[in-house]
Design a protein around this ligand. Structure first.
Ligand code: FAD
Length: 248
C-alpha cells in the first residue's frame, strides 16, 4: 500500500553525463516495502506554489522480498524540467516529499514461459536492476533464460552496465545486449549490437510459446516494440509496459 514519507539524500553520483543516481533514506528511519519494478512519486511545488508530482522507478537491488532502507533512483536530466532541476540540485542531507510504491510492472509468479525479454532505454533499465535478485532465483531453476536489450546512443549512456555484465557472467542464463545507435568506435562487448532495440528483436525471433516481454522507458521505443512483439504473435498479456511519459 502506498505511504507518504520524507526522503533524505544520503549519497549520489553521476552514472552518465546527464543521469544522476540518488540514494535516499526515509527521514522517519522506516524501511520501504516495494516490489521490484514499482515506482515512487516525488511531490513538490512549482515556483508559483502549485503542487505537482513526478514518478521515478525504484532502482534499489534488495533481496526482492524484504523492505529496503536505501531507496535509489536514477534521474535523467530533462532541459527545462522542474523535477530534474530539483533533483539535480538536491544536496546531501537535503529532503524531498515522496509517496509510493506504485505500479504493476513486476514479475509474476504465475509466469512459466522459458524466456524473459527485457527491453529498456535510458533510465528505463532501473526496474530490471531492482529485479536482479528475482532473476537470480528464476535462473537457478535452470529452465529459464533472461535477455536484456538495452538501447542507448553510446556506451557512456548505458547505466549500470558493469552490474549487468557481472550478473551475466555469474548467471549463464542471462544475456546482456547493449544496443548502441551511435557508438563511434567498435562495439564494447561481444553481445552488443549496432542499432535500436526493436532491430535486435528480430534476431531473437520471439514466439508466444517462449516469451514474456517487459518494455520500459522512452514511449516511442515502448510503442514500437509493443507493435513488433504483437506482430511476432505475442498476446497482449505477455507484453508488459512502463512508459516514462511526462506527467506534466
Ligand atoms: C511510471 C514512470 C516512471 C518513471 N521513472 C523514471 C525514472 O526512473 N527516471 C527518470 O529520469 N524519469 C522517470 N520517469 C519520467 C519522470 O517522471 C519525469 O517525467 C521526468 O523526470 C521529467 O520531469 P521534469 O519535471 O524534469 O520535466 P517536466 O517539467 O515535466 O517537463 C519539461 C519539458 O520537457 C519535456 N519532457 C519531459 N520529460 C521528457 C523526457 N523524458 N525527454 C524529453 N523531454 C521531456 C516536457 O514535455 C516539457 O516540455 C518516469 C515516468 C513514469 C510515468
Amino acid at each position: 500500500m502506498a505511504e507518504h514519507f520524507t526522503l533524505r539524500l544520503a549519497d549520489s553520483h553521476m552514472l552518465a553525463p546527464t543521469v544522476r543516481h540518488l540514494a535516499f533514506e526515509r527521514a522517519d528511519g522506516q524501511p520501504l516495502a516495494f516490489i521490484p519494478g514499482q515506482f515512487l512519486q516525488i511531490h513538490f511545488n512549482y515556483d508559483d506554489g502549485t503542487p505537482t508530482k513526478r514518478s521515478y522507478s525504484v532502482a534499489t537491488v534488495g533481496d526482492g522480498s524484504s523492505p529496503v532502507t536505501r531507496i535509489e533512483i536514477a534521474v535523467s536530466y530533462v532541459d527545462g524540467g522542474a523535477a530534474t532541476k530539483l533533483l539535480s540540485e538536491l544536496e546531501l542531507g537535503g529532503t524531498i516529499e515522496a509517496s509510493g510504491p506504485y505500479g504493476r510492472f513486476c514479475l509474476q509468479d504465475s509466469d512459466t514461459h522459458p524466456r524473459y525479454l527485457l527491453l529498456a532505454t535510458g533510465t528505463g533499465v532501473t526496474p530490471y536492476r531492482a529485479m536482479l535478485p528475482q532473476f537470480a532465483k528464476l535462473l537457478a531453476k535452470g529452465d529459464r533464460e533472461v535477455v536484456l536489450l538495452y538501447g542507448a546512443r553510446n556506451e557512456t549512456e548505458l547505466l549500470y552496465n558493469e552490474e549487468f555484465e557481472a550478473f551475466a557472467q555469474a548467471h549463464p542464463g542471462f544475456t546482456f545486449h547493449g544496443c548502441l545507435s551511435r557508438q563511434p568506435r567498435e562495439l564494447p562487448r561481444i553481445n552488443d549490437r549496432a542499432g535500436h532495440v526493436q532491430g535486435v528483436l528480430a534476431e531473437l525471433a520471439p514466439t508466444a510459446a517462449r516469451d514474456i516481454a517487459y518494455l520500459c522507458g522512452n514511449p516511442n521505443m515502448v510503442d514500437g516494440a509493443f507493435n513488433a512483439l504483437k506482430e511476432f504473435g505475442l498476446p497482449i498479456p505477455q507484453i508488459r509496459r512502463e512508459k516514462y511519459i511526462s506527467s506534466r
